[in-house]
Design a protein around this ligand. Structure first.
Ligand SMILES: [Zn+2]
Length: 194
């Protein structure tokens, strides 16, 4: 009985990890982050940040491709005897694929969206225009919102999702936090600051 539960859980965990390999590894390489200040410092809203938001979105979708790995291993486990392990992998990866596909039409979809990139672009445009908050706007994305570093005005009430920078809370803690939150910001923007 226990080994069935253990194998099933192993299958679940293995599949859960495989799907998140792109998000957990690729953007965190050192050479990918030299243009950004270290986590969790505020990050300047510029072209590089916009590209990073779209990259994170792509890595999120790449997870579907990585779900093929546990699906394949799961199929072999089912075929060659270890059914609980196989079921665990199938349930976990199947669920991940379905939830990613439905997130495309869901308003609460992945934390990195084209829509978010567009709203950040509007912040950039406004900072460059006559409507800017002050003479020398410096829009910085803090944990809770995009705020001008020069005058302190909140330019976009949007909490910051994980942006792929190596985590300041250490490799292991950061890893588990990302597994639990899937990169979503833990705090939601407070309406008082608007
Ligand atoms: Zn300003």
């Amino acid at each position: 009985m226990w080994d069935i539960i253990l194998n099933f859980s192993l299958g679940l965990v293995f599949a859960h990890l495989s799907i998140r390999v792109p998000l957990l590894t690729f953007p965190r390489m050192k050479s990918w982050n030299t243009q950004f200040p270290p986590h969790p410092e505020p990050i300047l809203v510029d072209g590089q940040l916009l590209r990073r938001v779209l990259d994170m979105r792509n890595f999120h979708w790449l997870g579907i491709l990585f779900a093929i790995i546990p699906l394949g291993f799961g199929w072999m486990s089912l075929k060659y005897g270890n059914a609980p392990l196989g079921f665990g992998m199938w349930i976990s990866s199947g669920w991940a694929i379905v939830s990613r596909l439905t997130s495309a039409i869901d308003v609460d979809g992945p934390p990195w969206s084209k829509d978010l990139a567009m709203r950040l672009q509007i912040v950039r445009n406004e900072a460059d225009s006559e409507k800017s908050c002050c003479a020398f706007p410096v829009p910085l994305w803090e944990v809770m919102s995009v705020r001008c570093n020069a005058c302190g005005k909140v330019l976009l009430a949007e909490s910051r999702p994980d942006l792929g920078r190596p985590r300041s809370d250490g490799w292991i803690k950061g890893f588990f936090r990302l597994l639990l939150t899937d990169g979503r910001p833990i705090v939601s923007p407070s309406s008082e600051e608007e």
